[in-house]
Structures are given as structure tokens and as C-alpha cells.
Design a protein around this ligand. Structure first.
Ligand code: SF4
Ligand code: SF4
Length: 325
């Protein structure tokens, strides 16, 4: 391929080729930048599952790409850690989709804002995915994330996962609470198309109940172990520990969490901080340092037990803040 300087600029894959299917709109992205701005850049407002005219879609996203190409930064993306300078192609296709259906869940986590959306009606995502596949706009090497609420209990989940697996579109990341076991996730893990991330946030049964407001601790670790048994590669099933100040920000809980991971055959776990705590406390250096120290502690004990420990979004932001001071 010819090197073309004009196509080398700061952007990210989502700006170039992605979208975020939200509860009642199609947005660009759902990430939070360093400046605490959530990228709720709405591309199609009041979306209820209607057929999308992809030519219109690409016209809208081309305008966003132009901002980046001219050396600007989209307002909602300022300070985002995912921006990178490299050569981008100028073709119109999709290779990054977030599906965020917030309506249904079988847990009730204390930090979740899903309660705001409970009364809204779910729209169908399967026709949109099928249309993209049939029109050959969705690349095989796409990053698809199916998140929640709890995605496995939404009405289109099985069908959507099935069509993605059948068409070998990968990787598909499912953010599930693992309260319910899903056989299409199992199939995707066996084929190495699907990977999952389960946020358990605790190692002790009582803490799990305090956070999730449901008593499924044992069940969840059993399902995690079963998913692990069926994965084709060792780190397709990952867990996550979201630190919630005053509830699980202590070494005892982290020790128990790491032990549960080892017992379940997990090889990789992620550490994060609850998003609203981060936003509230992002200027409190002492707090950030305490959270960061706990992350370093978890990394130390996790690695001693043979686990890979990953710093997730908020921890990465804290790290870059502390290091830049
Ligand atoms: S730069 Fe960041 S906020 Fe903007 S679209 Fe990319 S990932 Fe989302
Ligand atoms: S499992 Fe996820 S969607 Fe469900 S209540 Fe917890 S954080 Fe919210």
C-alpha cells in the first residue's frame, strides 16, 4: 500500500469506522475522556430500531473524520486515551460496534445507572446487524461489544450472537454478569470468536450481595468456571473488579477475589474504579493515590498467583494523571 501523508492524522477507530447503539439513539461512542466528558455524540436521535440508510450514516461520520483530518479534535473526544496518530484509510465500512441495551438486567448493582432506563422499551438490534452483514459493510475483523444491562436476557441476544458467529465476525466481546449461562456464548468461546468480561467486583459472598443486591455469588463463579472450560484460548474469559469506595476497597476482599479467580481457572482479570467515584474524586490526589496503591497491591498478589492483571480505563486515567504530576 502506498504511504499517503494526507491520511496520517490523530483519530480513533470508532471515529473512523464505528458507532454505539444506545437505548434510544445511535451515538458515536460511550467512552469517557480524560476531561470527564462522555462522548454522547448523537448521530441518530430517537432511534427505535428503524432501518438505517448507511449512505446517510457515512456522510455524517465523514464530517467527523474531516474534523480530525484537518487537525482538530471532536469536542467529546478531547483528552481521550484512545486517540492515536497513524495512517487511516478513507473507505466507508464498519468495524466497531457497541451495543448498549440498558433496559433489562437480572442484577441490581448499587453503582449502575440502569434504573433511569428501566421503563423504556427495548428495540431490536438483530435487523440492523443483519442488514450491515448483508450489505457487506461489516468487516470480519470487527470489534463488537455487546453490553447491558445484562445482554443475555435481551430478546435479540441469541440471534445476534448466532449471526455474528456464523459470519465469522470477530472478536465479539460480551459484558455479562454470568448469572445466567448462555450456550451461544459457549459456542463462540469454543470457536474463539467470542470473549467475555464478567464484573464480579468481590471475592466474598456477602460483599457480592451488598454490591449486586442479589445472592448469586456461587452461581456466578460456577458459570465462570464452565465458560473457562469451554474457551479455546486461555484468556477469552476475563473477570473484572470495579473498586467501589468504602465497600470493596480493601485488601481482604482483593485477596479473596484473586483466590476465586484461580479456583475458577481464570488467567486474566481487570481492575477498575467505579465511574461516578472517579468523576466525583478526580481532583482529589490523596484518593487517587489510595486507589492506585490498591491497584498495585492487586497486581502484586494477582501475579504471585499466576494471574495477568490489567489496569482498566479509570485506573489508566489515574496512572496517567499521577505520572504527569
Ligand atoms: S476518541 Fe475516545 S471518546 Fe472519541 S470516539 Fe474515540 S474512543 Fe470514543
Ligand atoms: S449487572 Fe451491569 S447492568 Fe446489571 S445492574 Fe449490574 S452494572 Fe447494571
Amino acid at each position: 500500500m502506498l504511504h499517503c501523508e494526507e491520511n496520517e492524522y490523530i483519530s480513533c477507530n470508532i471515529i473512523e469506522h464505528g458507532f454505539d447503539a444506545q437505548i434510544s439513539s445511535i451515538n458515536l461512542c460511550c467512552r469517557v475522556s480524560k476531561d470527564n466528558i462522555t462522548s454522547k455524540l448523537v448521530l441518530f436521535p430517537n432511534y427505535r430500531g428503524e432501518r438505517i440508510n448507511w449512505e446517510n450514516f457515512f456522510q455524517i461520520t465523514s464530517r467527523l473524520r474531516e474534523i480530525q483530518k484537518r487537525g482538530g479534535i471532536i469536542e467529546q473526544c478531547k483528552g481521550c486515551i484512545y486517540l492515536e496518530k497513524r495512517e487511516w484509510d478513507s473507505e466507508n465500512y464498519i468495524n466497531s460496534i457497541n451495543i448498549n441495551n440498558w433496559i433489562k438486567c437480572n442484577a441490581n448493582c448499587i453503582y449502575c445507572d440502569r434504573k433511569e432506563h428501566k421503563k423504556e422499551k427495548e428495540y431490536r438490534i438483530y435487523p440492523l446487524i443483519k442488514d450491515l452483514i448483508e450489505k457487506r459493510y461489516l468487516r470480519n475483523n470487527s470489534d463488537i461489544t455487546i453490553a447491558g444491562g445484562e445482554p443475555t436476557i435481551t430478546s435479540d441476544f441469541d440471534k445476534t450472537l448466532k449471526i455474528l458467529i456464523k459470519n465469522n465476525i470477530r472478536p465479539v466481546r460480551v459484558l455479562t454478569n454470568a448469572i445466567r449461562y448462555n450456550r451461544y456464548i459457549e459456542l463462540g468461546l469454543k470457536k474463539s470468536i467470542v470473549n467475555i468480561l464478567v464484573s464480579v467486583d468481590s471475592g466474598i459472598k456477602e460483599t457480592y450481595k451488598k454490591i449486586k443486591l442479589t445472592d448469586k455469588h456461587k452461581n456466578v463463579w460456577k458459570n465462570i468456571a464452565k465458560y473457562v472450560e469451554n474457551q479455546k484460548e486461555p484468556t477469552l474469559v476475563k473477570t473484572k473488579y470495579i473498586m467501589i469506595p468504602g465497600i470493596n476497597t480493601n485488601k481482604n476482599e482483593l485477596n479473596a477475589y484473586m483466590e476465586r479467580n484461580v479456583e475458577s481457572g481464570i488467567k486474566h482479570t481487570c481492575i477498575d474504579l467505579e465511574i461516578s467515584a472517579y468523576i466525583r474524586m478526580s481532583k482529589n490526589k490523596e484518593f487517587l493515590k489510595k486507589i492506585y496503591d490498591l491497584y498495585i497491591y492487586s497486581k502484586m498478589i494477582g501475579e504471585q498467583m499466576g494471574l495477568e492483571i490489567e489496569a482498566f480505563d479509570r485506573i489508566k486515567l489515574i496512572e496517567s494523571k499521577l505520572l504527569s504530576e
